[in-house]
Design a protein around this ligand. Structure first.
Ligand code: C2E
Ligand code: SIN
Ligand code: SIN
Ligand code: FE
Length: 367
């Protein structure tokens, strides 16, 4: 039992040597400044090193009967409780190979016998200081890693709640079940996963971006909340003026997300894709889409992926204004849009994945 703070605060130095004379000498040199523990053979060293409180530093003789210093060091370095304790070898041997083996085994230093007291004291002090710094950094690092993990979870939760809140607004009046949202989200993910190794898309389709696309996809038609029922729910074909109003669902969608962002009071990177998708999902590869008539690679990738997902789903679904098409007919219409409505490489991915699209459509059917 320790009695004074002064004693407990002192670093613990374990000296391991089979010679009682050496143990006595080292103890005499070190005991004024450190708490000294001694072991006169390898097994004893291992048991003291594993006991509480663990030593802060071990001075380890190499030439000992039974377990030699190298073997003891090997065992210390492979034990989870002892691997971070610095080891300094004490030896009468001066051959370079011995020093090298010692360092390979993880020793931090090497002191030759006969011991020079000033060298011993100076090396012990230096390595205890280094150990204190290493311990501090290790603890700090663990602390920071825990903080970052927590913070990431928090940020994730804020993102998810924000998108879900907005999505619940978007689960609109022109499709009752909400399955359209689920389906288009899964289509976008399937396309992105397929294209992540494609040279045109691999830089963009990181794991993080795919996750953000998946979460943002449900917001593509959020602007439809601003379209009057008389137009959105019109059973027949829209007039030219009505369709002009319908087209504003893209700019309305962007505005809605920008407003949400302002209300959150921060510029949120995770809504970038949601804004791109809402604003540009009706653009076409050949420039004949809306609201801007943007063409080709100038259309954000997010929106090009969304266009394929959205139109396929519109085709196979019942709308107030149309009957559902079969999967085969829908695929035929999609293929006609290759290089016209759709980015040809994304459309090819769709064709390659068409069975998966059909499965998603069946699993989350409206009927
Ligand atoms: P939506 O129903 O989700 O359709 C999205 C897109 O899928 C359409 O964009 C169009 O590119 C494609 N699409 C949907 N149905 C068909 C189809 O039968 N054939 C072909 N080839 N493509 C189809 P678009 O045309 O810009 O329409 C945007 C939104 O405007 C539609 O979203 C829908 O909400 C509304 N809308 C479009 N046409 C009509 C209509 O005649 N009547 C009514 N009530 N709404 C319409
Ligand atoms: C060493 O080479 O590290 C040991 C020499 C010494 O203790 O002076
Ligand atoms: C929605 O995104 O909730 C509706 C889209 C649609 O049915 O076309
Ligand atoms: Fe749309």
């Amino acid at each position: 039992m320790e009695t004074s703070k002064e004693t407990t605060d002192r670093a613990v130095v374990l000296v391991v040597d089979d010679s009682p004379d050496n143990l006595t000498l080292m103890n005499a040199l070190l005991r004024d400044r450190y708490r000294v523990k001694v072991a006169n053979h390898g097994e004893k060293c291992l048991s003291v090193a594993n006991a509480e409180p663990p030593p802060d530093l071990i001075l380890l003789d190499i030439m000992m009967p039974d377990l030699d210093g190298y073997e003891v060091c090997r065992r210390l370095k492979s034990g989870s409780r002892t691997r971070d304790i610095p080891v300094i070898f004490l030896t009468a041997k001066t051959e370079v190979e011995d020093e090298q083996l010692g360092f390979q085994l993880g020793a931090v230093d090497y002191i030759t016998k006969p011991i020079s007291p000033p060298i011993l004291m100076s090396r012990v002090k230096t390595h205890l200081q280094l150990k204190a710094v290493a311990d501090f950094l290790r603890d700090k690092n663990e602390f920071l890693e825990r903080q970052v993990a927590l913070r990431t979870l928090e940020v994730q939760a804020i993102q998810d709640v924000t998108i879900m809140t907005l999505t619940s607004l978007a689960e609109t009046r022109d499709n009752e079940t909400g399955n359209h949202i689920r389906r288009t989200q899964l289509y976008v993910k399937a396309l992105a996963d397929k294209l992540r190794t494609h040279p045109r898309f691999e830089a963009f389709l990181t794991e993080r971006n795919i996750d953000m696309l998946y979460k943002s996809a449900p917001l593509h038609d959020i602007g439809k909340i601003g379209i009057p029922d008389s137009i959105l729910l019109k059973p027949g074909k829209l007039s030219a003026e009505e369709f002009e109003i319908m087209k504003t669902h893209t700019t309305l969608g962007l505005d809605a997300i920008v407003k949400a962002e302002e209300r959150l009071g921060l510029k949120v990177a995770f809504l970038t894709f949601a804004k791109e998708i809402a604003f540009s999902h009706q653009e076409k590869w050949d420039g004949s889409g809306y609201p801007q008539g943007t063409a080709g690679d100038n259309i954000p990738i997010s929106a090009r992926l969304m266009a394929v997902a959205d139109v396929y789903d519109a085709l196979i679904s019942r709308r107030v204004y149309k009957e559902p098409y079969s999967h085969e007919v829908a695929c035929g219409i999609m293929l006609k849009g290759r290089g016209a409505h759709f980015d040809p490489d994304i459309l090819d991915a769709f064709i390659a994945l068409s069975e998966d699209f059909r499965d998603i459509a069946r699993r989350y059917s409206d009927e």
